[in-house]
Design a protein around this ligand. Sequence first.
Ligand code: PLP
Length: 327
Amino acid sequence: VDAACAGARRWGVGSGASHLVSGHQTPHEALEQKLAAFTGFARALLFSTGYMANLGIVPALVGRGDAVFADKLNHASLIDAVQLSRADSQRYAHGDLAALERLLAASGARRKLILTDAVFSMDGDLAPLPGLLALAERFDAWLVVDDAHGFGVLGPQGRGSLAHFGLPAAERIIYMGTLGKAAGAAGAFVAAHESVVEWLLQRARTYIFTTGASPLIASALCASLEMIERGDARRTHLRQLSTQLRDGLAGTRWQLLPSPTAIQPVIIGDNFEALRVADALYERGLWVPAIRPPTVAKGSARLRVSLSAAHTAAQVGQLVDALKELA
Ligand SMILES: *Cc1c(COP(=O)(O)O)cnc(C)c1O
């Protein structure tokens, strides 16, 4: 909040124009440089939202006659981005490297792009990033990684899902992170090889044809990044809360998915039962949204528990007790 106020006083609330005209101000530039250094890539580019980043990246990289290979559980913004690109799209079963390998081997496309969430937003599980990168290298494909739920949370100093797996900032990875979730503000960025970022700056229409993000947000995000980097204690606390929840719910009739992240879905199955449980929790002061088809597969309605470092062990205990009673 202090950084946002100081940023607003110094640079104003609005950027006034698109980045390529005159809206790219000192805090935007500083933030892009910090994001590049933080993720280990040569360069980073700021977008107004994650949705816009994905809509910009994919059509800038592929078009008619090119091939996109997408995980079936990818976020809606990646699905829409593929449609917008007009590339030939093939979806592989969730996390299935063998299925992806078959599709890549059969493809004669000159340009190939693999698209994946790093942390799947309704299941909380991780994409097999090392295997995906190996396939991208073997079949001369690019790999776009959407780390909306990993950035700031996973990996040493919160550097994200690639760091979690110990993967380098490889040349064929296009790394996208959002800044409205763990970073606590709004916006998104793409980090990649210098020439890829220069290409996106020249070609991504959702970067070029929109007013630059607010400089006060960019100022706040510079402070967020420092907090993220120094936030190992918060991340440890968050992991402890996940363990507490999982241990606490073991043995109830509701199944937890094998999620190692802050997203911990409790699978209820039936839509109405999921709603009834969510309502009963709400009456007890616990707000846990029920997620139903078509957002998730039929018969897998769930409570999507999103843990935060701001939660306390007592609060998670309250949730476990309430769920046990309702089960
Ligand atoms: C939230 C989310 C987005 C969209 O980001 P916004 O900044 O909210 O537009 C994109 N991809 C994934 C996986 C997300 O969870």
